[in-house]
Ligand binder design. Sequence first.
Ligand code: ZN
Length: 261
Amino acid sequence: MAFQSVSHPTIGTVRQALPQKNTLARRDNRVAVACPPVKPLNFKSKYHIRQQVHVQAAAGLRAGDLGENAGESFFPTSDTEVAVNGEEIPTEPPFRIGHGWDIHRMESKEIAGQGCVIGGVLIPDFEHNGVIMGTVAHSDGDVLYHSTTDAILGALGLPDIGQLFPDNDPRWDGANSEQFMDEAVRLMELRGYRIMNVDVTLILQKPRVAAHKAAMKENVVRILHTIPARVNIKARTHEKVDSIGESRSLSCHCMVMMERS
Ligand SMILES: [Zn+2]
């Protein structure tokens, strides 16, 4: 596979896999992907149509995107599609809803190799059974950011966070998960949507997060390009049962609604 070095505003210089087919080199060193001819709308072709690259969206690719896996390649390619009953239905409804869920294992900070980041807040060291704990993850393991990213991607009908940012990709080793949210927001805005409201439920026994919820909310409001009145973050325990309740893991649910902007 061919690679090129590209500069990314938050990640720095990275090696990006070049799409192997239909690649056109552009003068500004970005990569445009030629759109294959659109097949007629029918049941068999729907999957293929979703895989085709939307030429307009591809023009919006920024350096550092995931090349052939860029989220844009999964955008609808037409304004309407025909349902089984023959009804022509818009591909982009006025509202979309998405759900995201994430869980990460917790181990000693020494084994995890990092502390605990939730909602972009580095939680001060906390102990469980006399051991300082950390989150086990390829990235920073931010369950709040990961579930919110997945909720946005899910609402848009796009591949999930693990597909867009594979955990075997060295680029995301210890990564600040804000860049995953940034990418989901970029895709949302490219599709013509904005956040209607977000409701987050953290489920964890430790650490205690009450004192950090305001800072987490401030981060989410900023990254989602929205306002405080549209974001809610709440937290509860797992009643000391199962892995979450025994502080061996922590998890988060997120619901997102978006509206045409
Ligand atoms: Zn995660």
